[in-house]
Design a protein around this ligand. Structure first.
Ligand code: GLN
Length: 272
């Protein structure tokens, strides 16, 4: 009996090791990417100025960053537009080489993927109808109907404030993109999303909406400042090193800020 047990144990351990090896290898290293000639980026193209559709093409700050990475590797950049809340899982299991979608670096996500150096920062903003006089700060979201993009830091933050009682009686509705949520203002009272995205939605709304920081009445924060990073599969050190090198160059040259302003202006001409 003992012998059978130890045999079973040994087999289980072997299977475990094989399984781990298979998981660990399920991403493309820089050599694999060069051999395939393409770098696959997952994004959600409803998040101007970082990624949005312009003249039937996905453009924006994250696209510029990843084009620079692809150029450095000498490969073609392939962009897939997917639901935001699937990106880190797909990158984590190697379906995509990188996720670049204005993804806030968080401890939870860092369990699934590895993040590049941060390339910009943001904070949460509230969007309401231009004539809304009841909601002027985060505390006044109490009892209101709030829309967010599913699986984003806005979603998690509002959910946290509802469950800890800060926003007692508020309800939360998830949408596929911030602009889709904003289009529902009227049915819902407010949308919470990242700063630049909120400003672009409002700028393109012909005066229908307004936006302001998601802070308490006294101006104090309800959430931490957020930083965006590019995500790669856990352990994909060769790719992460190239992305970090490219990002550090772009940041030093002031390119990120330049693109944020360029795509901000461009997006304001296309958003409804
Ligand atoms: N920065 C936010 C997050 O990571 C929103 C990103 C997005 O909607 N594309 O959750």
């Amino acid at each position: 009996m003992k012998k059978v047990l130890s045999l079973v144990l040994a087999m289980l351990m072997l299977l475990g090791t094989l399984g781990l090896t298979a998981c660990g290898a399920s991403y493309n290293t820089v050599d694999d990417i060069k051999a395939e000639g393409k770098l696959v980026m997952y994004t959600e193209a409803g998040f101007a100025p970082y990624e949005f559709v312009y003249n039937n093409e996905i453009v924006g700050v994250d696209v510029e960053i990843m084009k620079a990475v692809a150029a450095k590797l000498g490969v073609e950049l392939v962009i897939e537009d997917v639901l935001f809340d699937t990106i880190t899982t797909s990158v984590g299991n190697g379906k995509a080489d990188a996720g670049a979608a204005g993804i806030t670096i968080t401890a939870e996500r860092a369990e699934e993927v590895d993040f590049s150096v941060p390339y910009t920062s943001t904070e949460q903003y509230i969007i309401v109808a231009a004539d809304n006089a009841d909601i002027t700060n985060a505390e006044e979201l109490k009892g209101k109907k709030i829309g967010v993009q599913q699986g984003t830091t806005s979603d998690f933050m509002v959910e946290g404030l509802i469950s800890d009682g800060t926003l007692a009686g508020a309800t939360l509705t998830p949408y596929d993109a911030p602009a889709v949520a904003a289009a529902s203002i009227g049915k819902i009272d407010a949308v919470v999303t990242d700063k630049l995205t909120a400003q672009i939605i409002v700028d393109g709304s012909n005066g229908a909406y307004k936006t302001f920081p998601c802070v308490k009445a006294d101006g104090s924060a309800v959430a931490e400042v957020e930083e965006y990073g590019v995500a790669v599969a856990k352990g994909n050190e060769t790719l992460l090193a190239v992305i970090n090198e490219v990002l550090e160059d772009l940041i030093a040259q002031g390119k990120i800020a330049e693109w944020e302003s360029y795509y901000n202006d461009l997006a304001a001409t296309v958003e409804e």
